[in-house]
Design a protein around this ligand. Structure first.
Ligand SMILES: NC(=O)c1ccc[n+]([C@@H]2O[C@H](COP(=O)([O-])OP(=O)(O)OC[C@H]3O[C@@H](n4cnc5c(N)ncnc54)[C@H](OP(=O)(O)O)[C@@H]3O)[C@@H](O)[C@H]2O)c1
Length: 211
C-alpha cells in the first residue's frame, strides 16, 4: 500500500519504519520539508519525502501524526479543506490530551471528528492513538497481540486500517462509528492518569475474556 504519513515527529518515524518494514511504500510530508526528508531517511527502505501539494495524489491511505495544535493547519496544508482527501481512508492518531495531566484539551468535538470536518469527504478512522509508536511492530506471541480499538463510519476504511494494524502485529476491535472517537480519545487520557498515579493501566481495567 502507498501509506502517506502527515507529520514529521516521533510517531511518524516509528509507524513509518514499522510499515516500511512490512513492505509498504511510505511517503512523508509536513510543514517543514527538511524535516520530512530527514524522517524519510530515518524510516529507510523505499520511504520518500513529498511536498504537501503532491501528497494526496501520491498516497492511497493517510495517517495523521500531528500535534493537536497543528491538526487543522496540517490538513489544510495537504489540500484537505479543498477535498484532496475525499474518499480516501484517513487514520487519525491524535491525542488531544495534556500529557502531563491526562486531561483532554478543550474542544467541541473529538480530534477525529475535527479531521473529518476539515478534510472534506475523507473516510476518517480513529486508531493507533493509544499505543506508543515505539511499540510497533509487535513481535510477541499471537494470543497476546495488542488490540487496537478503532472507530469510523466507512467499512472499507475500517478494513484498510485493520490491514495496516495486522502488518504491525496487532488486531483491531471496531467499537463503533466516528461518533465514538471521543470515547476512544478519553481512554488515552485515562491511561495517562493511571500512569501518573504510579500504576500499570493494564491492571486498572478488568481482565475479561473476549468472545
Ligand atoms: N509519539 C507517540 O508514541 C504517539 C503515540 C500515539 C499518538 N501520538 C499522537 O500523535 C501525534 C504526533 O505525536 P508525536 O509524538 O509524533 O509528536 P512530535 O514528535 O512532537 O511531532 C509533532 C508533529 O506535529 C507537527 N506540528 C506541531 N505543531 C504544529 C502546528 N502548529 N502546525 C503544523 N504542524 C504542527 C510537528 O511539525 P514540526 O516538526 O514542523 O514542528 C510534527 O510533525 C500527537 O497528536 C500525539 O498525541 C503519539
Amino acid at each position: 500500500m502507498k501509506v502517506g504519513i502527515l507529520g514529521t515527529g516521533h510517531l511518524a518515524t516509528t509507524l513509518g519504519r514499522a510499515w516500511a518494514g512490512a513492505g509498504h511504500v511510505v511517503m512523508v510530508t509536513g510543514r517543514d520539508p527538511r524535516r520530512a526528508d530527514r524522517v524519510a531517511g530515518q524510516i529507510g527502505g523505499a520511504a520518500r519525502a513529498v511536498v504537501p501539494a503532491d501528497f494526496a495524489a501520491r498516497v492511497e491511505v493517510v495517517v495523521v501524526a500531528v500535534a493537536w495544535e497543528g491538526l487543522a493547519e496540517a490538513l489544510v496544508l495537504v489540500g484537505g479543506a479543498d477535498g484532496s482527501l475525499s474518499g480516501r481512508t484517513v487514520i487519525d492518531c491524535t491525542n488531544a490530551v495534556d500529557y502531563a495531566t491526562g486531561q483532554l484539551k478543550p474542544s467541541s468535538d473529538s480530534a477525529a471528528e475535527l479531521v473529518a470536518r476539515v478534510a472534506r469527504g475523507a473516510h476518517v478512522v480513529k486508531a493507533f492513538h493509544l499505543f506508543a509508536g515505539a511499540s510497533w511492530p509487535y513481535s510477541g506471541p499471537h494470543d497476546s497481540a495488542p488490540v487496537v480499538a478503532i472507530c469510523g463510519d466507512q467499512p472499507e476504511a475500517l478494513e484498510t486500517t485493520g490491514t495496516l494494524a495486522g502488518d504491525l502485529g496487532a488486531r483491531t476491535a471496531v467499537v463503533g462509528g466516528l461518533g465514538s472517537a471521543r470515547q476512544l480519545e478519553e481512554v488515552a487520557g485515562f491511561v495517562m492518569r493511571v500512569v501518573a498515579a504510579g500504576c500499570n493501566p493494564r491492571l486498572a481495567v478488568p481482565d475479561v475474556a473476549g468472545r
